[in-house]
Design a protein around this ligand. Sequence first.
Ligand SMILES: [Zn+2]
Length: 125
Amino acid sequence: MFRKIDVIIIVFFLILSIVLIIKPYGNSAKKIMLVVENESFYIPYKDGYFNLFGKVKDVFGNDHSVYKSMEFEIVEGRIRALHSDCANQICVNTSWIENCGDSIICAPNRVAVIIDCKREDILRK
Ligand SMILES: [Zn+2]
């Protein structure tokens, strides 16, 4: 017969291991980091369309003055640049990004879109 405490410990470690397995790879852990010039912030990671024509809202609802002629789309968690006014078009020619650490970089516009999977509490320092 198991003692009650044994059962509690086993259940606890089972839940802990499930959380540890799922969390680092779960979609909820992924964030979009937008780097513009010398500032960076997170933008909402949801399917749809967004552009950088004017002010861009971060995940906290704060406005950032970006004013870049770039458009992006997110489909099923994958991101790509739809349009950019840069000469070399490297950003537009970058295929869909979807994994941790993937990025779309537009050097002429000094813009980068990065899929960041680091934990927030580490980033805040
Ligand atoms: Zn570009």
